[in-house]
Design a protein around this ligand. Structure first.
Ligand SMILES: NC(=O)c1ccc[n+]([C@@H]2O[C@H](COP(=O)([O-])OP(=O)(O)OC[C@H]3O[C@@H](n4cnc5c(N)ncnc54)[C@H](O)[C@@H]3O)[C@@H](O)[C@H]2O)c1
Ligand SMILES: [Zn+2]
Ligand SMILES: [Zn+2]
Length: 393
């Protein structure tokens, strides 16, 4: 099959690799018909390179058709359309039962000290072959393939694999009071969807911050009050002015560890990505290489007693944090990978003809797997209005 492979820092290629097959009785193999490109893939493309091996298949946002099931799978049949959560969970351990599929007792990557394994997401998350490919092996398929109820187009459901539950969790964890205000830092696919979800769930004022003009324009078109992060402290002042001088009730950081505006950490990240693999991985795990400018803005911006919800991915260790401010402002912090299956039942009913969240025209580009090298490059550069790519193998 054709698949998108990690080949080095800022280097992916599309190649032919062996088709996956059934390995365990609980497996299914799906023929992938749509597969998203995510901001999380950009972390692998650059700073998380030390945890990748050339030839790793990328991608974790698939939708497809069941091709084959193992003898232990009774609830899925070949021909059925399914969307696949980005993390793999067992569906029946105490962690899964409480809705924390990302912490699943049976799929955690204990050798790395990390949570549930994730398709195409480096040694840190189990080195599981990813979904930007023609076929995908889905382990524990009954817990990890969500049957699609309707006949709608792929774009109606594909974002249930990651973008929708991630944005949903970001908003739920932000705990915005009804009629309250929230600022979303980062207006990429996750941040912009979080703005939509926040408004849908009752936030009165939604502020959005991003350095990319087209991204701000896209959010503004749906009623978000937008600001350019390049304005620095002025953004904090401007949003405070609009919230009675207090700051918003909640701030969502949908930027993560590669925030713009933090030069020294950017140099450290780039250096680490170029070092020999073992040494680089050690440095990433033990040093403060996250670029914290978005998180610092969040801490500064949120009102006293407010909540910060981190949904952007962080990966370093010893970054200095303004503990005095966090403590003094009595800030609540919540974070983590999204528990996809936990939120799916709330979201699925919204994926109908009414399309309140606007998923059907959310993607800006539908591309072949062969176009992946160019797509990764342009998505990282954020050029040509590229916003959300869905590969159609
Ligand atoms: N927690 C989860 O389960 C989960 C799931 C998916 C994605 N993510 C993470 O969410 C983040 C966003 O993903 P995405 O797909 O939207 O990616 P993206 O890279 O398109 O979005 C990041 C956005 O942040 C903007 N930005 C950069 N520096 C900024 C700053 N200082 N202030 C404000 N905005 C800034 C960028 O211009 C970009 O628009 C990534 O870190 C990704 O790894 C987390
Ligand atoms: Zn993703
Ligand atoms: Zn479990």
């Amino acid at each position: 099959m054709r698949a998108v492979l990690w080949n080095g820092t800022r280097d992916v290629k599309t190649e032919t690799v062996p088709d996956p097959g059934i390995e365990q009785p609980g497996d299914a193999v799906i023929r992938v018909t749509s597969s998203g490109l995510c901001g999380s893939d950009l972390h692998l493309y650059e700073v998380l390179g030390p945890f990748m091996t050339p030839g790793d298949v990328l991608g974790h946002e698939p939708l497809g058709v069941v091709e084959e099931v193992g003898p232990g799978v009774t609830s899925l049949v070949p021909g059925q359309r399914v969307v696949v959560p980005f993390q793999i969970s067992c569906g029946h351990c105490p962690m899964c039962d409480t809705g924390l599929q990302t912490q699943c007792d049976n799929t955690r990557v204990d050798s790395q000290g990390t949570g549930a394994s994730i398709y195409g997401y480096s040694a840190l998350y189990g080195s599981v072959p990813g979904a930007q490919a023609e076929y995908l092996r889905v382990p524990r398929a009954e817990a990890n393939a969500i049957p699609i109820p309707g006949q709608g187009p792929d774009d109606r459901y594909v974002f249930l694999s990651d973008v929708l539950p991630t944005a949903w969790q970001a908003v739920k964890y932000a705990d915005v009071p009804r009629g309250g205000s929230v600022a979303v830092l980062g207006l990429g696919p996750i941040g912009e969807m979080a703005c939509r979800v926040a408004a849908y769930l009752g936030a009165e004022r939604v502020f959005g911050v991003d350095p990319v003009p087209e991204r701000r324009a896209r959010a503004a078109a749906r009623g978000v009050e937008v600001f350019d992060s390049a304005a620095g402290d002025d953004v904090v002042d401007a949003i405070r002015d609009r919230t009675d001088g207090r700051g918003p009730d909640a701030v969502i950081d949908a930027v993560g560890m590669e925030a713009q505006g933090h030069t020294s950490a950017r140099v450290a990240q780039r250096a680490a990505a170029m070092m020999p693999k073992g040494a680089a991985a050690k440095l990433m795990e033990t040093a403060g290489v996250d670029r914290l400018s978005a998180l610092r803005t969040a801490i500064e911006l949120v009102r006293r007693g407010g909540t910060i919800s981190l949904i952007g991915v962080y990966g370093g260790m010893a970054d200095p944090l303004p503990m005095l401010t966090l403590f003094d402002k009595q800030i609540q912090l919540r974070m983590g990978q999204a528990n996809v299956r936990h939120w799916a039942p709330d979201i699925l009913p919204l994926l109908d003809d009414e399309d309140v969240l606007g998923v059907q025209d959310f993607a800006t580009h539908h591309l072949s797997l062969e176009e992946a090298p160019e797509a990764y490059r342009r998505f990282q550069e954020k050029t040509d209005g590229i916003f959300k790519v869905v590969f159609t193998p």
